[in-house]
Design a binder for this molecule. Structure first.
Ligand SMILES: Nc1ncnc2c1ncn2[C@@H]1O[C@H](COP(=O)(O)OP(=O)(O)O)[C@@H](O)[C@H]1O
Ligand SMILES: N[C@@H](CC(=O)OP(=O)(O)O)C(=O)O
Length: 567
């Protein structure tokens, strides 16, 4: 029988694939069954002794006696240059909520993973789409809606419908998530009964999102013939502090995670599918979460723990961009970043990466690649320890809104020591995190990040802010300024004079007064504080000046739009 093989999977066949086995992909018809098994028996005979260690699968359309049949081809990656070591897990691929928002997206992600036959990845997944937000909303509604009304909370219905539909469309068994959906409703009834949603309960509540998405995806991979194993991060050694909703990963995590993933892979290789965002509190043993967007941190933690070659975070944008595309759509991808630049960018509010996620990558020196799952061909952003900075001026502009600023002026005489220490001990006592600071001997200007305060429920009320001011007023005159924004200019601070010169020129032309300025010790960030209502306009103007103008580096647009030299 003459067989013509025509590839119709996601990418061109890999040159390293050599041995193949086939199994049937489409629902059985007698003709297909016969055909698939005849191919299969031919090819399995070729490599019956090969352990299916690094097996990849793709869909092939086989023409048999003029008819097309879809079969799965399993490639045993068997390049002679591959040493034993190369058969270990090679990279992490993290897919965010937008990448796994539907059955169709999950199929695309599966195709994408299979299009890298040379990789043996650990997959980290977030909850589907906006599931985390919906779970939190459902929890808040349950507090006040009464037990009998829990079943009709819109967000609960939405979550049930989304997950059941996804399971059906992927053709996997509903029962795998049925127990989670039942337990979720029970939990919401418990919240309704107690009329209380604690931080601990919030974490348990949102964990349903990642627990379901990973189970669905692993089942789908297994269904299409790719061996996969689901893991709950809190069961495989992600040990954290007990700071519910914002837990920190503890050192013990690294060896524990390495041991579980490595030994499972060695004894029975299957692609690990790990829940992002979740951990287990070391004292409470309860489920914790790593802060919103925490799946990035799960991915980099695994990358460091296993000493992997690369950590890939797949998003819905072409990498880290020159500014938030929601503020300015002409933002462009940044091809290279250092860990320090990326950390600063994330810390100062770029939603694209979790603020803590660069730490394990930097410590383990594992490169991080930010890619677009909707546009895999785009090169993305590569984040490494160092990069060529000779041509770098500004890398990215980040905006953090709704920041509170405090001007604190000492009531004591010049030359008195210990003022700064006293001020910061007040913040320490109150457990408040300070972002940007500028000081002189007798005065301090600083900013407080409301999201960090709220996550610990410290300053939810104006009265609690008043408490901070009250304490500070014992030693200083305090001016509280709300509705401010921090504009962070991330870049080569070796060129800070140029950056400042250009930035201030732009701001002056736009009639904006900068209220505070700070250059961090990390030397990659200059922060400017402006009013909230001027901030977006500033970001757009700065972006145009730094990234879009056709003027030379030392030039700057003059007020009438012509170019003048600033040197
Ligand atoms: N500087 C930036 N670069 C890229 N994306 C940014 C930036 N600032 C904000 N974003 C936003 O971050 C989003 C991606 O982050 P996130 O939603 O957490 O991804 P995921 O859920 O896929 O992990 C983008 O869709 C974009 O709107
Ligand atoms: N699902 C969690 C964790 C996460 O990392 O999500 P994403 O990768 O979609 O930002 C959240 O929404 O915060």
């Amino acid at each position: 029988m003459e067989i013509a093989l025509q590839y119709c999977g996601p990418k061109t066949p890999s040159p390293v694939s050599s041995r193949r086995s086939f199994c049937q992909y489409q629902p059985p018809s007698p003709q297909r069954l016969r055909f698939a098994s005849s191919v299969s028996s031919d090819c399995t005979a070729l490599h019956s002794s090969v352990k299916p260690l690094c097996c990849t699968t793709r869909v092939l359309r086989v023409t048999c006696e003029g008819r097309a049949v879809d079969v799965l081809e399993k490639n045993q990656l068997e390049n002679p240059s591959f040493g034993e070591n190369e058969k270990q897990l090679s990279c992490v691929m993290k897919f965010g909520g937008s990448s796994v928002a539907s059955a169709e997206r999950m199929r695309e992600v599966a195709d994408l993973i299979l299009s890298f036959p040379e990789e043996r990845p650990v997959i980290v997944l977030s909850a589907m789409g906006k599931t985390t937000n919906k779970l939190l909303l459902a929890g808040e509604k349950a507090v006040s809606c009464g037990i009998t009304n829990v079943s009709s909370i819109d967000e609960l219905s939405f979550i049930k419908e989304l997950h059941n539909r996804t399971v059906d469309e992927l053709g996997v068994d509903r029962s795998m998530i049925a127990t989670y959906l039942e337990e979720l409703e029970q939990l919401l009834k418990g919240i309704a009964m107690m009329k209380e949603l604690t931080l601990r309960t919030k974490d348990y509540l949102v964990s349903f999102g990642e627990c379901m998405s990973t189970r669905i995806f692993a089942a789908y991979l297994n269904k299409i013939g790719v061996k996969a194993r689901q893991y709950d991060a809190f069961e495989i050694g992600f040990i954290t502090t007990d700071d519910f909703t914002n837990a920190d990963i503890l050192e013990a995590t690294y060896p524990a995670v390495e041991k579980t993933l490595h030994s499972d892979w060695s004894s029975d290789p299957a692609i690990p599918i790990v829940t992002g965002f979740l951990g287990k509190g070391w004292r409470s043993c309860a489920v914790t979460t790593l802060g919103r967007g925490g799946s990035d941190l799960t991915a980099t933690t695994i990358g460091k723990a296993l000493g992997l070659r690369e950590i890939q975070v797949w998003k819905d944008v072409d990498g880290v961009l020159t500014c938030d595309p929601n503020i300015y759509p002409r933002a462009e991808p940044v091809p290279y970043l250092t860990f320090d630049e990326a950390a600063e960018l994330a810390y100062f509010g770029a939603q694209v990466l979790h603020p803590q996620s660069m730490r394990p990558a930097r410590e383990g020196d594992v490169p991080v690649r930010v890619k677009n799952s909707y546009n895999p061909k785009a090169p993305g952003t590569l984040i490494t320890r160092s990069r060529d900075m000779t041509k770098a001026v500004l890398t990215s502009i980040v905006l953090k809104r709704n920041v509170t600023m405090l001007d604190i002026v000492s009531t004591r005489m010049l030359g008195q020591f210990g003022f700064l220490a006293k001020v910061f001990s007040i913040f320490e006592d109150l457990g408040i995190s300070v972002d940007v600071v500028a000081t002189s001997e007798v005065s301090i200007s600083l900013t407080l990040d409301p999201s960090k305060l709220w996550s610990r429920e410290l300053i939810q009320q104006a009265s609690e802010l008043d408490h901070v001011v009250e304490e500070l007023e014992k030693i200083a005159v305090v001016n509280l300024l709300q509705h401010r924004s921090i504009i962070s200019l991330i870049g080569n601070v070796q060129r800070s004079s140029l950056i400042l010169e250009k930035a201030f020129h732009v701001l002056r032309t736009n009639g904006v007064n900068v209220q505070m300025i700070s250059q961090g010790a990390s030397k990659v960030n200059i922060s400017l504080i402006v009013n909230d209502d001027e901030a977006e306009q500033c970001v757009r103007a700065l972006h145009q000046a730094f990234f879009e103008s056709n003027i030379s580096e030392m030039g700057c647009k003059s007020e009438n739009g012509s170019v003048s030299s600033l040197s």
